[in-house]
Design a protein around this ligand. Structure first.
Ligand SMILES: Cc1cc2nc3c(=O)[nH]c(=O)nc-3n(C[C@H](O)[C@H](O)[C@H](O)COP(=O)(O)OP(=O)(O)OC[C@H]3O[C@@H](n4cnc5c(N)ncnc54)[C@H](O)[C@@H]3O)c2cc1C
Ligand code: FES
Ligand code: FES
Length: 1370
């Protein structure tokens, strides 16, 4: 039969036959660009964020049932969808026909902020519900908690999403039940404290009743009858055999072909490594490769079995064996180990399609499963497709070298043979440590199988015990391939299972796992220590397992010789559990009749976001004649450009024109404050990732291919990469003079003899942070007549974009309009670092006279758009015996990168906050901006404030350590308001410390801090390998742009005569923070009309000119006031037509119109009472901030001493936000900022090569360019118990409705986790009599925690642990 040449697929209930090249596209690209189903989003393109999640349903002819799976559309080829029904967010529910419960639940509980992740999250939940179907066993909160390991959200902090879906599956509220951690304060019991319940109830108004769209829910009957047929797609580029014979024939005819199954490995290589494959052969429908069978030897797993299938098989096998009371349950130990490892393997979407063969043949040195297969003594059956012969190769021999396996040209992997474990004393243990527990590749993974047998003939000196009959140790992450640790195995085999053997095994392991300093991937000491720790854990786990199985041999644990071994954590201390969240706020008093401010109104775009209807930049349909752009970027950190050769690129079909500096008609020098940045590199590059040219082409793929083909010849110049390099070579920014904060006489204290002051000195190092907004940067430039140009951009600064584009084009600003509908997150990353992209694309549009679009791939975005500034500080503090700090001297350096951007202002804010909320009488701080050959660092939520406070809190900890006082005592004694005198910052601003202290005392009280401290002491005295830590951290964050001209705002309010509806335009950008929602609340309250009457459509520079960037937490304050003033003007104009009459709003408006009254008005606001303080002048004084937002947080953590893993057990936050404009949105900001801060100071490590740090990378090269390498907190990382309370109050300043700004201030509270971790580490060190101060760089990653901890076990063979300082990119 001739193979079929098209794919049959149902998309949202409609049948499609797809043929030709389109079948090779990803499903995501097909859905978005062919079907115009833009609800499914592109966040990363590599399976790491879940924004592209869709439901993939298929009929299993063997089992005669339909399966529903959540799948990443960005990695799924269209060709792989034959016979499948695809459901996208559009078919789940929509605003017109009604939202589905799975959407409504999320919208109702504020589970969507910017909304870019939201369709993917809805689809993951939808898939869970569809897969669960009508099963009688109910879904549990734990099922929900585990369901989202393939999804990321950067805004919400996850709690509201989990609450929404736990609520959906439970008749009773899952988190607010009788076990509510708030006890008597539970919002259900104590109605005066309206918490979460109130938020939910408040949104039911005016919502359509949920409906189910049957069309999409019915599996197409045609597909049940549908038999997979052989396919030949895209002229023989994609073959899909459906029998083994066909597969063998295809592979023989095309020896060059690449097999493909889940495409989760190959898809990433095609996209990011530009892999070219002549022919694909899909094995998904070959029955022999799909089967799992059992025989006497063990289990035979077909090569194309997915991880989900294997996991289900193992669950069933375990259930079956347990139910049968089968004494051979022990046989399943290796299978159980694989199942445990799968808990930590990728995300659900990847496990649903990724296969065992795909993992094995890829032969990644950090595979999770291959080391286990080695340890389990698995073998692989290889089939020669030409001869039909099969041969078996053991797993330990299969992995030959880096990504090379023992597979010959005609061979394929046919099946995996996993032998049964052989006795009651035969155990296989899995281990894996990664930067993040969920969805992360391993740093080191291992499988360790210990087969013991009772020691039948103990000698007179031996106790009866066990002999290690065989030891099998497979390791990943310590060599270029998966390895078996032969020396370790040898030294253990035949030995007694006791302390001597363990110590000898660890000693040999330490030697075998020794890695050179420049080992690819870095972390040599850490990886070595993990390997040793895993062996120890395997011994302990074996002793435990024997005890559990027989309830005897408890002396086995003792025989291992180390203290407290019973508490050694197993595979992870971070096992999945059900998290809980509580939010407490009071019902705000209405300010006037019909006041809707202070109410927890849901985000006004929530319904659009949960239904995928909210439009982001790349959802805008293509313009007529639109070209697609790709950037030619510098690969050198610092070099002269010798030549650029475009000839190869120009030959690529579809390429239209290549644009560079020659096309710039205006000025090539741009920048948000100083014009020190080149739009296009000209003769020299000063950082890797600098824009050299823009390729325009008909399609994005053509543009990218052409950009890769441009050849640039460089003459390298010396590069300065880190802060330390810059200090060494005195490389400071010429445009940013040093900054100073001075008060009192600090030099007098430090330098005059005889003051008797005690002094500590130290150094703090803080790494950068990538913004990781879910929506990557993008821009569209649309040229119009006579030089006019429309810029549609994902930017927080339409005003700056307009200004920079006008400059680079040489056009007057009035001809350039920049518009923004909404952003899928910004966090500062789109404040200025979006502008240079718009400038380059505008030049391309001007040169080609055609619309040009650029949407950055995630890796490019991460490489070129900059991060939060890395900081280094040297400090000296003098203090008294009480803990009172009398003087503080600091030198603070930031890594500015290759342009000034916003670094001067960031440095200012770091200095302002470098005493946090402490009243220190003598202060002398100097700040310097280091010029380096790295991508310009930029704004990030907190804008230098968190770094300044982090430095300060390190000083506090150091003083406390020196005095042996609890850090909270030193914090308390130094806090503003504790000293009777007026509280004044070192730069001369008065502080009202009431709220600060209420938050501080509130957090201590809510968390029962003193009692918990005793509990932590007690826990740590009983545990050696897990330690807990506790910390309380206050924050005091100044509100206002520190450059006073930016503190102005404009608004334009229209009232339409037709129906009295109100359209507002203001200068702020909606990026998930709920700004437009708050603005509508303010306007509706002021005009006393229903909220539905008010609307904000977009931000546009032709409506509101000169708007400041949406940043500094100040937008609600600024635009709220501007809108209020415009509404007041309109109200006054309407008043005469209303007074004395009972007219409705609509009638009043109509009457005013009939009387020719203007129904639009502007409002303008400038923050009063602030001034510019020029910190370049030593001793400068002033009031840079309008007021402070205060808060405090207590966090408790637990660490695994042997691996450095950390979990947050509980966090209590108390926040002062005045009278909140919208408490639900504000609490969302608190939780979201906290979790973002948690990432900053615990796991988000930006890695770049330099002379002294990360020497395994080329100098200046960014390693962390995607979700695979850079880890932001996932669902499982949030505090297991997360409580947020908002003080009842009012702003001390004259702010809009007496509210306070909230976007940035809570971020720093996550430092409570950092310092609780430090606390936990110090317990471990004290236990081993190490009492010296130790520095802990931020982030406190697994590596840093482990290498600062001390333990008997690893230290016995690696005495250096505890003193190694891991690399940090500064
Ligand atoms: C976001 C993400 C997270 C991940 N997390 C993890 C993780 O935590 N741990 C981990 O170990 N891995 C992880 N991976 C790696 C990978 O996805 C998995 O290893 C997966 O099992 C690969 O299977 P696949 O079917 O998708 O492979 P494919 O991409 O389809 O194929 C991979 C390779 O295997 C070859 N191949 C497939 N079948 C055969 C066969 N029968 N005979 C010969 N060659 C064959 C293909 O030709 C190809 O070279 C992750 C990947 C992604 C994208
Ligand atoms: S876009 Fe597919 S997982 Fe990120
Ligand atoms: S709401 Fe999840 S990323 Fe913005």
């Amino acid at each position: 039969m001739i193979p079929r040449q098209f794919v049959v697929v149902y998309i949202n209930g409609s049948r499609r036959e797809i043929s030709g090249r389109k079948t090779l596209d990803t499903l995501l690209s097909y859905l978005r660009y062919e079907e115009r189903l833009t609800g499914t989003k592109l966040g990363c393109g590599e399976g790491g964020c879940g924004a592209c999640t869709i439901l993939y349903s298929y009929y299993d002819h063997h089992e005669k049932r339909i399966y529903h799976r959540a799948v990443n559309a960005c990695l799924m080829p269209v060709a792989a969808c034959d016979g499948a029904a695809i459901t996208t967010i559009e078919a789940v529910g929509n605003i017109r026909d009604g939202l589905a419960p799975v959407q409504e639940a999320l919208a109702n509980t504020h589970g969507s902020q910017c909304g870019f992740c939201t369709p993917g999250i809805v689809m993951s939940m939808f898939a869970l519900l569809r897969e669960h179907g009508t099963r009688t066993d109910p879904l549990t909160p734990l099922d929900v908690e585990k369901n989202f390991d393939g999804n990321l959200c950067r805004c919400t902090g996850y709690r509201p999403i989990l609450d929404a879906y736990k609520g959906l599956i439970a008749a009773e509220d899952a988190t607010c039940s009788a076990q509510c951690p708030m006890g008597e304060q539970c919002c259900k019991i104590n109605r005066s404290r309206l918490g979460k319940q109130e938020i939910v109830l408040s949104q039911k108004e005016d919502k359509k009743i949920s409906t189910v769209l049957d069309r999409a829910y019915i599996f197409p009957p045609e597909l049940i009858e549908y038999r997979p047929a052989e396919l030949n797609l895209a002229d023989g580029k994609w073959l899909r055999p459906v029998t083994l014979e066909q597969l063998m024939r295809s592979k023989t005819e095309h020896p060059e072909a690449r097999l493909i199954v889940g495409n989760t490995e190959v898809g990433v290589e095609v996209k990011f490594k530009n892999l070219k494959v002549p022919v694909w052969i899909s094995t998904t429908d070959v029955p022999e490769l799909q089967r799992i069978t059992e025989d006497d030897v063990g289990v035979k797993i077909g090569a194309s079995v997915t991880w989900t299938h294997l996991n289900n098989y193992i669950s069933n096998a375990l259930k079956r064996t347990k139910l049968d009371g089968n004494p051979k349950l022990y046989q399943l130990s290796s299978l159980q180990a694989i199942q445990s490892q799968l808990e930590l393997f990728a995300g659900k979407q990847i496990r649903n399609v990724g296969t065992i063969a795909g993992n094995i043949v890829t032969a990644s040195p950090i595979s999770d499963v291959n080391p286990l297969l080695v340890a389990a003594c698995a073998s692989f059956t290889l089939l020669n497709c030409k001869t039909g012969e099969k041969r078996n190769v053991s797993a330990r021999d299969f992995f030959v070298s880096y990504r090379k396996v023992d597979l010959k040209a005609n061979e394929i992997l046919f099946q995996v043979v996993l032998p049964w474990n052989e006795s009651q004393f035969d155990f296989t243990h899995p281990f894996k440590v990664s930067r993040r527990r969920e969805d992360d590749i391993a740093i080191v993974s291992a499988g360790i199988r210990l087969k013991l047998s009772p020691n039948q003939e103990p000698t007179s000196s031996e106790k009866p015990g066990f002999i290690i009959e065989a030891a099998h140790v497979g390791l990943g992450g310590i060599a270029p391939r998966t390895v078996s640790m032969n020396d370790v195995e040898r030294v253990l085999t035949g030995k007694l299972f006791n302390e001597t053997s363990l110590k000898e095994g660890m000693r040999v392991m330490a030697r075998s796992a020794l890695l050179p300093k420049n080992v690819p991937g870095g972390m040599p000491e850490y990886r070595q220590s993990l390997a040793v720790g895993f062996l120890f854990k395997a011994f302990v786990a074996t002793a435990h397992a024997i005890y559990e199985r027989f309830h005897e041999h408890d002396s086995l644990l003792d025989s291992l010789g180390f203290d407290n071994v019973q508490d050694v954590p197993g595979i992870s201390i971070c096992e999945r559990s059900v998290s809980r969240g509580v939010q407490i706020f009071s019902d705000c008093e209405p300010l006037a009749k019909d006041d809707i401010t202070g109410r927890p109104v849901p985000h006004l775009s929530a319904a659009l976001q949960v239904s995928g209807e909210a439009k982001y930049l790349d959802d805008i349909p293509r313009f007529d004649g639109e070209l697609q752009a790709a950037l030619v970027l510098s690969s050198e950190p610092h070099a002269r450009i010798v030549a650029i050769d475009y000839s190869d690129a120009e030959k690529i079909p579809g390429v239209y024109e290549i644009i560079d500096v020659k096309n710039v008609k205006g000025s090539n020098l741009i920048g948000p404050i100083f014009h020190d940045e080149y739009c296009f590199a000209d003769k020299e590059v000063t950082t890797s990732g600098q824009v050299i040219a823009v390729v325009t082409a008909e399609t994005t793929e053509q543009a990218k291919e052409a950009a890769r083909s441009v050849r640039v010849t460089y003459d390298p110049l010396p590069a300065v990469v880190t802060i330390e390099d810059a200090i060494e070579s005195a490389s400071y920014a010429e445009l940013v003079p040093s900054r100073f904060i001075q008060k009192g006489d600090a030099p007098g204290i430090f330098e005059k003899e005889g003051t008797g002051a005690k002094i500590v000195k130290g150094r703090v190092r803080i790494g950068g942070q990538e913004h990781w907004y879910l929506e990557p940067n993008g821009t569209i430039a649309v040229p119009d007549e006579n030089g006019e140009m429309l810029i549609l951009a994902s930017t927080q600064s339409p005003g700056k974009t307009q200004a920079i584009v006008s400059r680079v084009l040489g056009q007057r600003a009035h001809k350039i309009v920049c518009k923004v509908k909404r952003l899928g997150g910004g966090f500062g990353g789109k404040e200025t670092r979006s502008c240079f992209l718009s400038a380059a694309i505008a030049v391309a549009a001007q040169a080609t006279s055609r619309p040009v679009r650029l949407v950055l791939d995630r890796d490019v975005d991460m490489m070129i758009t900059g991060t939060r500034h890395a900081f280094l500080a040297e400090y000296e503090a003098a203090y008294e015996a009480t803990g009172r700090i009398t003087a503080l001297r600091m030198e603070i350096y930031l890594n500015m990168g290759n342009t000034v951007d916003l670094s001067a202002a960031v440095l200012d804010r770091a200095l302002y906050h470098a005493v946090n909320c402490y009243d220190i009488p003598n202060v002398d701080i100097i700040g310097k901006a280091c010029y380096t050959n790295t991508t310009s660092s930029t704004a990030f939520r907190g804008f230098g404030g968190p770094q300044g406070m982090m430095i300060c809190e390190n000083v506090i900890e150091h003083v406390a350590w020196d005095l042996r006082l609890p850090p909270e005592k030193v914090r308390d004694i130094n806090m503003f308001g504790r000293h009777g005198n007026a509280s004044i910052t070192p730069y001369g601003m008065n502080v009202s410390s009431d709220c600060l202290q209420k938050c501080w005392e509130g957090a201590l009280g809510d968390s029962s801090f003193s009692q918990r401290r005793r509990e932590v002491d007690s826990f740590n005295s009983k545990h050696s390998y897990r330690k807990r830590g506790l910390s309380v951290i206050p924050t005091m964050f100044g509100i206002s742009f520190s450059f006073s001209p930016l503190n102005q705002a404009g608004a334009l309010v229209h009232i339409y005569q037709e129906d009295g509806s109100v359209l507002i335009t203001h200068g702020g950008v909606e990026m998930g923070q709920g700004l437009h929602t708050k603005i509508c609340q303010i306007a509706a309250s002021e005009l006393q009309i229903p909220l539905e009457k008010v609307f904000v459509s977009e931000t546009a520079t032709d409506k509101i000119p000169n708007a400041s960037p949406t940043a500094a937490s100040a937008s609600s304050d600024l635009y709220g006031m501007a809108v209020l003033r415009a509404c007041r003007t309109l109200k006054q104009r309407l008043e005469p037509f209303k007074s004395g009459l009972e007219l409705s709003w609509e009638e009043t408006v109509d009457k005013a119109w009939a009387n020719r009254v203007s129904l639009f008005a502007t409002g303008f606001y400038k923050t009063p009472g602030i001034d510019d303080v020029n910190l370049a002048v030593p001793g400068a004084r002033g009031r840079p901030f309008s007021y402070f937002t205060n808060g405090s947080a207590v966090s408790e953590v637990e660490i695994d001493v042997l691996t450095g893993e950390m979990k947050v057990i509980r966090t209590d936050i108390v926040m002062d936000i005045g009278r909140p404009l919208n408490p639900a949105i504000d609490i969302g900001q608190v939780e979201g900022a906290f979790v973002q801060g948690l990432g900053w100071c615990t796991m988000e490590e930006f890695v770049r090569g330099s002379k002294n740090e990360h020497v395994w990378l080329k100098e200046g090269k960014v390693f962390t360019a995607g979700p695979g390498t850079y880890k932001l907190p996932a669902f499982g990382d949030v505090p297991r118990d997360f409580r947020v309370r908002v003080l009842d109050g009012r702003s001390e300043a004259d702010t809009i409705c007496s509210s306070k700004a909230i976007g940035e201030p809570p971020l720093f509270l996550a430092a409570s986790v950092f310092f609780a971790t430090r606390d936990a580490i110090s317990y471990s060190r004290r236990q081993h009599n190490l009492h010296d101060w130790f520095a802990l760089d931020s982030p406190a990653s697994v590596e840093r925690i482990r290498l600062r901890c001390i333990d008997d076990v690893v230290s016995s063979v690696l005495p250096n642990t505890g003193s190694v300082n891991p690399s940090l990119s500064l």
